[in-house]
Structures are given as structure tokens and as C-alpha cells.
Design a protein around this ligand. Structure first.
Ligand code: DHK
Length: 149
């Protein structure tokens, strides 16, 4: 059985492609999901790629990952900067977490410089567009391979 990685996306990311292309690029979320699916297949990983605009739903998905998957790649969108509840859910999952942002949040407004997730994540990738998601998957594949060697 292939290791399962959750790839989770928060609010407004369903608008990618149409939304602020100068910040977030022209790819749609479906494009990013396809890129992740192709990468996962090449790396021998299984993924579940999801997006929601409802915080409680994201929390439920994180909880459901506990004991079922090997790691979480998450772009919490604006909840990065506001949600203690998502941070707590990630901690409760007891799963390794990689935080991803399409844009370089540190080049943007000061309120985007604070992340409630970064200090509990194994790593943070920002500013590299959709490459960040695929790099996060590659990291999980490498770690899992090292562990099984
Ligand atoms: C996406 C969002 O929706 C913003 O609220 C974050 C993040 C940045 C991104 O760059 O992917 O501040």
C-alpha cells in the first residue's frame, strides 16, 4: 500500500486562475491538483487533494488524517494568519506538516508575516508557486524512503 499524504487547501484557493494572478499565478486549483497527482504517482505516494472555504470542514479532514496518513501538505490560505484552531488540529493529528504558500507571504502585507502553523510545521515553502506543493511531496517521499531503508 502506498503512503497517503493529505494535500489540503483553505479559503479562496478555489478561485485560483481568476484571483489576483499577479500574486497567485494563472494555474487553477485543478491544475495544481493534477500536478500533485502526477508527482505523487511518480513518487509512489497516494494523495487526497482537497479545498474548503469552511474552517470546521478543514479541521474535520485534519482529524480524520490521524492514524490514516503519513503527512499533511497544507496551504491554509488566510487561516494561516488567524486560526489557532487549525494549528491545534494539526498538532492533534500527530502528523508531520509542511506549510505551503504560492506567494512569498514575507514580501506582502505585515499581517501575512505571522503564521500560526509555521512553528509546528516540519518545514515551510512559500513564494515558489505550485512548485511548493510538489517539493513538499518530494520531501515526504524522501523521508519515507529513508525511514524504510
Ligand atoms: C493564500 C492566501 O489565500 C492568502 O490568504 C495567504 C496564500 C497566502 C498563498 O500565497 O498561497 O496570505
Amino acid at each position: 500500500m502506498k503512503p497517503l499524504i493529505l494535500v489540503l487547501n483553505g479559503p479562496n484557493l478555489n478561485m485560483l486562475g481568476a484571483r489576483e494572478p499577479a500574486q497567485y499565478g494563472c494555474e487553477t486549483l485543478a491544475d495544481i491538483g493534477q500536478g500533485c497527482a502526477d508527482t505523487a504517482q511518480a513518487l509512489g505516494l497516494e494523495i487526497e487533494f482537497r479545498q474548503t472555504n469552511h474552517e470546521g470542514e478543514l479541521i474535520d479532514w485534519i482529524h480524520a488524517g490521524r492514524g490514516r496518513c503519513a503527512g499533511i501538505v497544507i496551504n491554509p490560505g488566510a487561516w494561516t494568519h488567524t486560526s489557532v484552531a487549525i494549528r491545534d488540529a494539526l498538532v492533534a493529528s500527530e502528523l508531520p506538516v509542511i506549510e505551503v504558500h504560492l506567494s512569498n507571504v514575507h514580501k506582502r502585507e505585515p499581517f501575512r508575516h505571522l503564521s500560526f502553523v509555521s512553528s509546528i510545521a516540519v518545514g515551510v515553502i512559500c513564494g515558489l508557486g505550485s512548485h511548493g506543493y510538489r517539493m513538499a511531496l518530494k520531501h515526504f517521499a524522501d523521508i519515507l524512503q529513508e525511514r524504510s531503508a
